[in-house]
Design a protein around this ligand. Structure first.
Ligand SMILES: Cc1ncc(COP(=O)(O)O)c(C=O)c1O
Length: 433
């Protein structure tokens, strides 16, 4: 995994058959200094962020502010790289700690995880790498993000495959898990090779029943040949860092998420997870800078079957960001995944109940905790969504408009928010009547 060591010939032992001696000193690494209290409280969590106190940050899902441990790790790596890029790379160019932290958080094996720079990069490399053939169909929904639909469109165009989009519900607030899974189940045809869904819709805040959809896909796969199997691909970015689940709980084949939203990781980080047996069918698009692929190139032979490592785009990266991702996963585990989920759901319950009691507000996110996560989409009678966001901004509240054809205003109470802040947001939305 010491990729650049391998590439720069510092420790090549494989194809070229030579190795240099271990190097002398490299810049020292200090250990993280922000030690959490034995049982972390929410004030301590808020204090980990440098977020301005002038605003109420109800849109932190867009792009993360880094908690202290992540800032410190970033700074440590940045300093080391600036002081001596060669020595620092030699001693730190190892993605194993990041993959191990991700695997502990995700309940997956490190060898099942590829590292990316964003949800968009994960979706693009995944769909671009699927073994699609002319005439195959990708089944997706009308609720997914631009980056997901575009990844599907581009992959389908290259392969001569077709794309079908179905609605899982008419009104987000009325969505039901059974009906969403049922709509997918009845839309799968003999031509369907991929089902692409989004775990938490960023237009409506609806949580899709990924597990039930995985069951529907498994039923459709019964009796199909291995190379004809339907693969279930999930854009999981707005559930990742919110929901207390592990990859196996979801039951999908591939899971894509940026880590710079709810995971609170370094900006420009993401993961692509796949079931162990799903990787060999993929075709990498961006060359990976890893030992297996380079060895094959040195020897002029075919690389081995694709694995998660080979789906990690190569090239020299913003290494300090990638390496500091380990601290973000550990930050979540330090607080406790279950506590993170229940805090977010509780703040969102408080916010939704307040909004539902306002006659001038229409809430598009389901009230049920099982069908919602950290995003609340709503409309205010007589005001276009950008106007709602502008009025809240005038009160120093960050809300966001959803970037979809039908768009709503959104707020997203997160672990860095408090019940008192939710009350202020509700007071200001009430005043928009
Ligand atoms: C559902 C969904 N998928 C993908 C993206 C793109 O995420 P990234 O910036 O990590 O590429 C977004 C952006 O907010 C999103 O809402």
């Amino acid at each position: 995994m010491k990729r650049r060591e391998f590439l720069t010939g510092i420790a090549v032992t494989g194809a070229l058959g030579y190795a240099t001696t271990a190097d002398a000193a490299s810049p020292a690494v200090t250990s993280a200094t922000s030690v959490a209290p034995a049982r972390v409280d929410w004030e301590w969590v808020r204090a980990q962020f440098n977020l301005s106190r002038d605003w109420i940050h109800m849109s932190s899902f867009l792009i993360a502010s880094h908690p202290r441990v992540v800032r410190e790790a970033l700074e440590r790596h940045r300093r080391g790289l600036d002081e001596d890029p060669i020595l620092y790379l030699k001693s730190h160019d190892d993605e194993a700690p990041v993959l191990e932290a991700a695997s502990r958080y995700m309940g997956a094996r490190p060898s099942e995880i590829a590292l990316t720079d964003s949800t968009t990069m994960g979706l693009g490399t995944l769909y671009g790498g699927l073994p699609l053939r002319a005439g195959d169909e990708i089944l997706t929904t009308t609720h997914d993000h631009y980056a997901h639909h575009e990844s599907i469109r581009l992959a389908a165009r290259r392969a001569g495959a077709t794309v079908r989009k179905i609605a899982l519900y008419e009104r987000g607030a009325d969505a039901s898990a059974e009906s969403m899974a049922q709509r997918i189940a009845s839309a799968i045809t003999p031509h369907t090779r991929v089902v692409g869904v989004t775990w938490v819709h960023s237009c409506t805040g609806v949580v899709t029943p990924v597990r039930a959809i995985a069951h529907a896909v498994a039923r459709a796969n019964a009796g199909r040949a291995a190379d004809n199997r339907v693969l279930l691909c999930v854009d999981g970015v707005h559930g990742f860092g919110v929901k207390n689940v592990e990859m196996a709980d979801l039951g999908c084949d591939f899971f894509v998420a940026g880590c710079h939203k709810w995971i609170l990781g370094p900006r420009g980080t993401g993961v692509l997870w796949g079931k162990a047996d799903a990787w060999p069918a993929l075709r990498p698009t961006i060359p990976h800078f890893g030992e297996e692929a380079w060895n094959a190139w040195y020897k002029g032979v075919e690389p081995p079957p694709t694995n998660a490592d080979m789906m990690t785009p190569g090239g020299y990266h913003s290494f300090e960001h990638r390496w500091a991702l380990a601290e973000a996963f550990d930050f979540h585990r330090q607080i406790g995944k279950a506590r993170v989920e229940s805090r977010i759901l509780e703040l969102n319950r408080q916010c939704k109940e307040g909004l539902l009691s306002m006659r001038h507000v229409t809430v598009h996110t389901p009230k049920a905790a099982a069908l919602s996560a950290g995003l609340i989409a709503f409309e205010v009678a007589g005001l276009a969504p950008p106007e709602v966001v502008a009025r809240l901004a005038a009160k120093k509240i960050h809300a966001k408009v959803s970037p979809y054809r039908t768009s709503y205003a959104r707020v997203a109470p997160a672990i860095l928010n408090t019940p008192a802040e939710v009350d202020i947001v509700l007071r200001e939305i009430r005043a928009l009547a």
